[in-house]
Design a protein around this ligand. Structure first.
Ligand code: 2P0
Length: 338
């Protein structure tokens, strides 16, 4: 193969996203197909930068995180992802993958969304695949479900896709796309890192257990479809209070499904609940602030951009000594020059 004589490299940048309508539960674990549609905001903080360089003659892929060899599980998932890219490109050449994550170590914020979005964009370019944003989103999904959404900036909806067809049809129909939000919305997301420790149950295992055993799962999945329709209307109208109320009920409902799983999965800690109480107090005092939580104890508070400092101060009071970050809507994944 002549083109493999010439090493090719590409570097991409992507940001994390936080779901306002959650992805919780897969219909196909291998293809990363979700049971429900989800909707997120891509953040403007903590980008991941990933460089993929083809390594002609190398017998295996090598992967570093922040300059050190990647942990075994991350290495395994990245190599599996590269196999998929090689299959698409009909090429065998191995790669060197170097990833720099700017999430502060132990921030307890998932980096798989920004990580696989950046990897999808960089690997597709390095292997010579010419993919549009839809195809990149579909590809990123195969690394981590939520990565499908980080391909886009601002707000994005990830379609669960067709049910009842062939696996290939389902795969083709499950991708994210940008969602319109009114400029009036002007939101901020205050991220309270209440516990930097590793999560007790992986989201993959927790999703599996919730779908298999929680009697609350199907009712939540049905209500989530209604939440998504309401959320699109609220975003389009720039109605921050409606966006916040819908996001909060969807997230707390997701946590309720987990609490009802057997055995229960509980990510909320006493410190999380103190932040939830502080947010209720902010609302009683007239500041629009709404919580969302993911597969861990950290709390994200949606508010108006102009209120972000005040909300952050209230959150700091409720969780003394814990890092608090302010994020706003950020850009989609993109190739960097050079
Ligand atoms: C979300 N989460 O919508 C949901 C809400 C956590 C709670 O996506 O198994 O790392 O790689 O597809 O995307 C976290 O799960 O899971 C997640 P995989 P992912 O953001």
């Amino acid at each position: 193969e002549r083109r493999e004589q010439q090493a090719q490299a590409a570097t991409a940048l992507a940001h994390p996203n936080i779901a306002l309508i959650k992805y919780w539960g897969k219909s196909d674990e291998r293809l990363f197909l979700p049971r429900t549609d989800s909707l997120s905001m891509t953040l403007d903080i903590f980008p991941t930068t990933t460089r993929v360089a083809l390594a002609p003659g190398a017998g295996h892929d090598s992967v570093t995180f922040n300059g050190a060899p990647a942990p075994a599980e991350a290495h395994r998932r990245i190599v599996a992802f590269l196999e998929l890219v090689r299959e698409r490109a009909a090429r065998e050449v191995r790669a060197v993958v170097d990833t720099v994550n700017t999430v502060p170590t132990g921030a307890g914020l998932a980096s798989s969304a920004s990580g696989f979005a950046a990897l999808a964009v960089a690997a597709a370019a390095a292997y010579g695949l010419d993919l549009d944003a839809t195809a990149l989103s579909r590809l990123a999904r195969r690394g981590s479900g939520s990565a499908s959404r980080s391909v886009f900036g601002g707000f994005a909806v990830w379609h669960a896709g067709l049910r009842g067809g062939t696996p290939a049809q389902a795969d083709l129909s499950s991708y994210a796309e940008a969602v319109h939000a009114s400029a009036r919305l002007d939101p901020a997301l205050v991220v309270a890192v209440v516990d930097a420790g590793a999560k007790t149950v992986s989201s993959r295992e927790a999703m599996r257990r919730t779908v298999a055993t929680s009697p609350l799962y199907e009712p939540w999945a049905r209500s989530s479809a209604a939440d998504l329709a309401d959320m699109r209307t609220a975003l389009d109208a720039g109605d921050l209070d409606a966006v916040g109320e819908i996001a909060e009920r969807n997230a707390l409902g997701m946590h309720a499904t987990m609490l009802a799983a057997r055995p229960a999965v509980r990510y909320m800690s006493p410190a999380s609940l103190r932040v939830l109480d502080a947010v209720l107090q902010l609302r009683r005092d007239g500041t629009a602030a709404y919580v969302t939580m993911d597969a861990g104890p950290n709390v994200k508070v949606l508010c108006r951009s102009k209120d972000a400092d005040r909300v952050a101060a209230a959150v700091r009071d409720a969780a003394p000594g814990r890092p608090v970050h302010i994020a706003r809507p950020g850009p989609g994944a993109r190739l960097l020059p050079g």
